[in-house]
Ligand binder design. Structure first.
Ligand code: GRF
Length: 202
């Protein structure tokens, strides 16, 4: 499977995918990353892609007259690499209508909380503030809501008494990286169907 990864930050989830492909080989793993896209320039995630010799593209909201034009540009930039699967890995923008019309049903996202609890941009902080005793991460298909699409897999992380947001997020990210690597490989190797809210990996 051909994969485009979208990032906005440090790109450690991207790196986990790059590492497994380098170790196992694309054929064995079932997927290759064909390009990495971002909504901002100068981020470590893009450096990781360049270091791996991958093509990158940057699509910034502020370079477009409005959100719809940005959505169209991101869709076009992604489509140029003809991906079978798009992985939003710490991509901090809501994907637009046009993007989902083109790539819905084959775009997955990783979120640092156990959905449907704590959706949105501050999943870790919100779980901590709520006083949750367990939280974790969710890999799910993207639909037109905010972190509402069909769930593929989740990983659980215990909240510790002494946790602050960075410490808890770091432990979640450890689980998140291996979960994402596992899910992408399974989707790529086996194929899947989405039936309502159920994801069936064949
Ligand atoms: C992940 O925890 C992701 O779920 C969240 O931001 C983090 C991205 O980390 N939205 P990285 O850029 O992959 O290191």
């Amino acid at each position: 499977a051909r994969i485009v990864v979208l990032v906005s930050g440090s790109g450690t989830n991207l790196q986990a995918l790059l590492d497994v492909i380098a170790e196992e080989g694309a054929a064995e793993y079932g997927a290759e990353i064909v390009a990495v896209g971002a909504d901002r320039a100068g981020i470590v995630g893009l450096e990781r892609a360049e270091r791996a010799g991958l093509p990158t593209f940057v699509c910034r909201v502020k370079d477009h007259p409005d959100r719809a034009a940005w959505d169209a540009a991101l869709t076009e930039a992604t489509a140029a690499y003809a991906p079978d699967l798009v992985v939003s890995a710490g991509f901090m923008k809501i994907l637009g209508k046009e993007f989902l019309a083109r790539f819905g049903g084959r775009t997955i996202n990783t979120h640092p909380a156990l959905l449907p609890s704590f959706p949105g941009a501050h999943g870790v902080r919100d779980a901590l503030a709520y006083g949750a005793k367990v939280t974790g991460c969710t890999v799910h298909f993207v639909d037109d809501g905010v972190d509402t699409g069909p769930i593929i897999a989740q990983g659980v992380v215990e909240v510790r008494e002494e946790d602050d947001e960075p410490a808890l997020h770091e432990r979640i990210k450890e689980v998140e990286r291996s979960l994402l690597v596992e899910v992408v490989g399974r989707l790529a190797r086996h194929g899947y169907r989405i039936e309502g809210r159920k994801v069936r990996i064949s």
